[in-house]
Design a protein around this ligand. Structure first.
Ligand code: C2O
Ligand code: CU
Length: 453
């Protein structure tokens, strides 16, 4: 373990220390006030930015009334810093502190959030950006945009929502089937919960964040979907996207009008600023809601967004992250798997149970792998809803006929479909693999990749 950790560190790399407080706060969502749980009283929490190969040291102070934890989503870190209570550490009690300290091996766009109950659906999330010294050749400036679906402190709490879902189970609430979001693109149900708001960088589109950008400047968007139950279509009407990375790792650059980002996924795309001001629009898939950030040309007129622009955006072709191809430097060597694990995804049972291979999460019942093995996971979705399946501590390569799929840590598996992913078992430990719909995960759709001797 120590050796694996040492190998991740770049010679002479510095270390960064951050103090992080989990606290309740009143936040302004852009015209809407909400009392919620946050990192440091702001939404999203303040970004952490480090360089590849550095040591990151974060002291979390839990000032909430309940235990919490921090998971560093997408980072191939040492197992005891992965932030999963009951598996890699104990929950951090109310009033207690815990220091996370680990080497951050790979550059890219990441984020962090609790791995305790449905706390992710409150305001506990923030970007973690890992810079590469070779970054910056194809853009002039960057903009991190965190997307979210919101109800805490406005409507019900996430805990109340989860209780309701379990009470109503598969039947749903009377009349609920009519209002639940559906999506042709996602091939079935688009979500289990209805939200009063969707947010970009903590704000509704009533009063969005605006950023000044001059015509011709190239902006690297770092898009992060921190929502619990919502996938987003993202596009910039009046300017195209040049997609460069997904889940932190470079892809063969692709032009697109609109991209789809599931929960837990990240996507980087470069926008060349046109002559006028433009919005980066994020439309909640299957719901009549959108959020966004305005790229404002100080020399041009203010941007006006109406339902017409959103309709136009919804008519454009959508690039799915699974159709991207890994950049050559990110592709894994082509190898036959030493071990293949099938994960059959089903739900919701009559008590709102979401299962993997017919079982809800049991930390003592993992999918065994050995260090050094080439591992294939085969996600087989037999339910009516999409699942963004996430693996901790590794990135996998999505398997395609040509062996050229993107490197990712979270992949959308649509209803009735199966997706295979390959990875090299090079990071010993106990690692969750689960649906990043926080309600599905908590309702059982979690398993673990368990390194055995
Ligand atoms: Cu962001 Cu276990 O996940
Ligand atoms: Cu799911």
């Amino acid at each position: 373990m120590a050796e694996v950790e040492r190998a991740r560190r770049l010679a002479g790399a510095r270390s960064t220390s951050v103090a992080l407080n989990a606290v309740t706060a009143q936040v302004d969502l852009g015209g809407v006030q909400a009392h919620t749980w946050t990192y440091g009283g702001q939404l999203p929490g303040r970004e952490i930015r480090v360089r590849r190969g550095e040591i990151l040291k974060v002291e979390l102070k839990n000032q909430l009334a309940e235990p919490t934890s921090v998971h560093w989503h997408g980072i191939a870190l040492r197992n005891d810093m992965d932030g999963v209570p009951g598996l890699t550490q104990g929950g951090i009690a109310a009033g207690a502190s815990f220091t996370y300290e680990f080497v951050v091996p790979d550059a890219g766009t990441y984020f962090f959030h609790p791995h305790s109950g449905v706390q992710l659906d409150r305001g506990l999330y923030a970007p973690l950006i890992v810079e590469d010294p070779d970054d910056g050749a194809d853009y002039d400036t960057e903009l991190v945009i965190v997307l979210d679906d919101w109800l805490d402190g406005v409507d019900r709490t996430p805990d109340a929502v989860f209780e309701e879902l379990k009470k109503n189970g598969m039947g749903g609430m009377p009349g609920m089937t009519m209002t639940m979001p559906k999506s042709e693109l996602l091939g079935g149900d688009a979500g289990d919960v209805s939200y009063p708001h969707v947010l970009a960088n903590g704000r509704t589109f009533r009063d969005p964040q605006a950023v000044d950008v001059r015509a011709g400047q190239r902006v690297r968007l770092r898009l992060i979907n921190a929502a619990a139950d919502t996938a987003f279509r993202v596009g910039v009407p009046g300017a195209g996207l040049r997609v460069t990375h997904t889940d932190g790792f470079p892809v063969q650059a692709r032009e697109a009008d609109v991209v789809l980002i599931g929960m837990g996924e990240r996507l980087d795309a470069v926008v060349t600023m046109p002559a006028g001001s433009v919005p980066v629009l994020a439309v909640a898939e299957g719901r009549d809601q959108y959020a966004g950030v305005v790229l404002r040309n100080p020399d041009a007129r203010a941007v006006s967004v109406d339902d017409g622009i959103v309709k136009q955006l919804m008519a454009l072709p959508v690039l799915m992250p699974t159709s991207l191809r890994a950049a050559e430097r990110a592709a894994l060597p082509v190898k036959d798997p030493d071990v293949v694990h099938d994960l059959v995804l089903e739900g919701p049972g009559d008590k709102y149970t979401w299962t993997i291979n017919g079982k809800v999460y049991d930390p003592d019942d993992g999918l065994p792998v050995r260090e050094g093995q080439q591992v294939r996971l085969k996600f087989d979705n037999r339910s009516q809803m999409f699942h963004p399946m996430h693996l901790h501590g590794h990135t996998f390569q999505v398997r395609t006929d040509a062996n050229s799929g993107p490197r990712k840590d979270t992949v959308l598996v649509l209803p009735g479909r199966s997706v295979e992913v390959d990875f090299h078992a090079d990071n010993p430990g106990q690692w969750l693999t689960h649906c990043h719909n926080v309600y599905h995960g908590e309702a059982g759709m979690m398993s673990l990749v368990s390194y055995v001797e």
